[in-house]
Design a protein around this ligand. Sequence first.
Ligand SMILES: Nc1ncnc2c1ncn2[C@@H]1O[C@H](COP(=O)(O)OP(=O)(O)OP(=O)(O)O)[C@@H](O)[C@H]1O
Ligand SMILES: [Mg+2]
Length: 262
Amino acid sequence: MAITGYIGGSLVVERLNKSYQVRDSEVAALQDINLSIGEGEFISIVGASGCGKSTLLRIIAGLENGHDGSVKLGDRRIAGPGLDRGMVFQEHRLIPWLTVEQNVAFGLNGLPHGETERLVREHLELVGLSGFAKAHPHQLSGGMAQRVAIARALVNQPKLLLLDEPFGALDALTKIQMQQEILRIWEVEQTTMVLVTHDIDEAIYLGDRVVIMSNRPGTVKRLISVDLPRPRDRSSFEFVQLRREIYAEFFAEAEKPFAYAI
Ligand SMILES: Nc1ncnc2c1ncn2[C@@H]1O[C@H](COP(=O)(O)OP(=O)(O)OP(=O)(O)O)[C@@H](O)[C@H]1O
Ligand SMILES: [Mg+2]
């Protein structure tokens, strides 16, 4: 059962273009991105390094400006950061001198003390870290620190959770455990999830759909539905077929000349 009444968020990105000014020239980072993500859907985004995945996530998070097009969560246009969106990065970004519970509580402003305590406790339970509330970040393993980062991102009960390579720095076994964990959390909370990953297996294991982006400029090249029951068997015929299909798109992309525009 969900902790409280989370409301899922449908995300609609339309005709999104983003360029960066680098010295005298404009570098197109994203070109004509159109995406419609359903409430409670889990979307994985894969694409070559530099194709604009983080830029897209930062725009959805409201951390970037100077782009054209529209990004809407539910019926509200995104024009800046907001508590309706949570974000988890590759590095945990915890504050070293605060305890785990203080880190999770950090973004919860203006709530009565008892309410803050309850939300922090429930979210630490959700990520399996109840026993570590008083620990400091340096006392945690990489996987545990990422769990705290997930709890911190979810404590405001966002409609949408944005994950930018959240397990990229973890060892293979911890990564698999964390993938199972995020799936469990998603099933419980029904938060809409957008995950950027370099790991094609991770994208297929987790996503309802996989968005494949092309590079320079970053566009949506293909959307692949993963119509496989969960938990998914990574060695099943269907899974392997999807992996092959996505790799083929990657290899086609890799054959494009690698040209830095700056
Ligand atoms: N602040 C910035 N100023 C100028 N160019 C930028 C800036 N941020 C990103 N870029 C450029 O935009 C493009 C997309 O970058 P982005 O970080 O979104 O890629 P990415 O797909 O997340 O890559 P990676 O997989 O390596 O994390 C790159 O060409 C990058 O150099
Ligand atoms: Mg990135």
